[in-house]
Structures are given as structure tokens and as C-alpha cells.
Design a protein around this ligand. Sequence first.
Ligand SMILES: Cc1cc2nc3c(=O)[nH]c(=O)nc-3n(C[C@H](O)[C@H](O)[C@H](O)COP(=O)(O)OP(=O)(O)OC[C@H]3O[C@@H](n4cnc5c(N)ncnc54)[C@H](O)[C@@H]3O)c2cc1C
Length: 172
Amino acid sequence: MFAIGDVSGQPLLAHRAMKQGVVAAEVISGDRSAAFDPAAIPNCVYTDPEVATVAFPKKRRRRKATKFASATFPLAASGRARTMNDTDGLIKLVGDAKSDALLGMHIVAPQAESLIGEGVMALELGATLEDIGLSIHPHPTLTEGIMDAAEAAHGKAIHIVNQKPKTPVAAK
Ligand SMILES: Cc1cc2nc3c(=O)[nH]c(=O)nc-3n(C[C@H](O)[C@H](O)[C@H](O)COP(=O)(O)OP(=O)(O)OC[C@H]3O[C@@H](n4cnc5c(N)ncnc54)[C@H](O)[C@@H]3O)c2cc1C
């Protein structure tokens, strides 16, 4: 017996259901390598500004991180947001203070629901904040703010004033 979608549990989201459906079809057709094991599932709220978030599920996070580091890039410092006259919002990255691995990305911005795809990919590939900061993003774009936030996490931001490194927050 196979079950996909909302009936199989949280989070109740269409993109989760679709991927589960594909995997179920593959398993039924004999593909023994098929498995539904996403690193993280994005969540979007279609408000103005839009809100999008993706993070490792708590279970994985506890095993991987004991202390968190985070950095926030305000959209008001984004050249593209300024040309769009739409500067309300922020991009926040949360990482493992020890390994530097990305643990979560939270975006309040125009097109946040599209921008969050970068966070999903980074989590699936096990990217670090340094990886994201070193990836050259096109200018001027909103996606550039993700790189800026990652740079800020290491005190290397060039579009905002770098904050003094905060004491990493212990995992709950
Ligand atoms: C108002 C609203 C807005 C949403 N917006 C979003 C969004 O923006 N993004 C997002 O990712 N998710 C959104 N969701 C959630 C998303 O719709 C669900 O997670 C997704 O549809 C789950 O897919 P599913 O196949 O499990 O169930 P469904 O899409 O509900 O499909 C179940 C199907 O089974 C049929 N069915 C039920 N009982 C029987 C029966 N006894 N016999 C035969 N057929 C039956 C139903 O008629 C239905 O067609 C929203 C949900 C709601 C209610």
C-alpha cells in the first residue's frame, strides 16, 4: 500500500505531495533506488512582501549542530530592491557555528518564493555559508542578497556594515 501527500503527514504542501507521487510511481514500477528523503522542504507565504523559508527539519538539526550562527541582510541595502522601489524585507541565513554548514534560509522580499530555491539547493548539496558567499551572484539582483548575507555571517559583507561577531546561540 502506498500513500502520498497530505494523508501521509506534515508539511501539508503541494510540492511535497508531487515529489512523493513521483517517488511512489518509481517504486511501484520497480526502481529500488527511488526514495523520498529531502534535506528540507520550502514553505512560502504569498503575501506582500512574500515570505519564504527553508530549514533542516529539527531532527536532523539536533544531530548536526550544537550552536547556531546567523546573519541578516536588509533588503534596503540591495541595489536591485532599490531600483524596484521595493525595499521592505530581509534575507536571513542560519548556519552551524562549528561546521559552517547552512541550516536554514529565511526570506521576506519580492519574489521570495523564487529566491528560496537557492536555499533548497544549498541544503540538498550540503553547502556552507562560505560556499554561498564565494558563489558569484549577478548584480544587481535580489539573489545577490543571499550572497551578501552569507558574507555577513563571516564579517565580510561589502554592502552593509559588518557587525561584531555574536556569541553563537546554543541549540535548544
Ligand atoms: C486553500 C488552500 C491553499 C493552499 N495553498 C497551497 C500553496 O500555495 N502551496 C502549497 O504547496 N500547498 C498549498 N495548499 C496545500 C495543498 O493543496 C496540499 O498540500 C496538496 O493539495 C496535497 O495533495 P494531495 O494529493 O495529498 O491531496 P489533494 O490535492 O487534496 O488531492 C486529494 C484528491 O482525492 C480526492 N478524494 C478524496 N476522497 C476521495 C475518495 N473517497 N475517493 C476518491 N477520491 C477522493 C479529492 O477530491 C482530491 O482530488 C493549500 C491548501 C489549501 C486548502
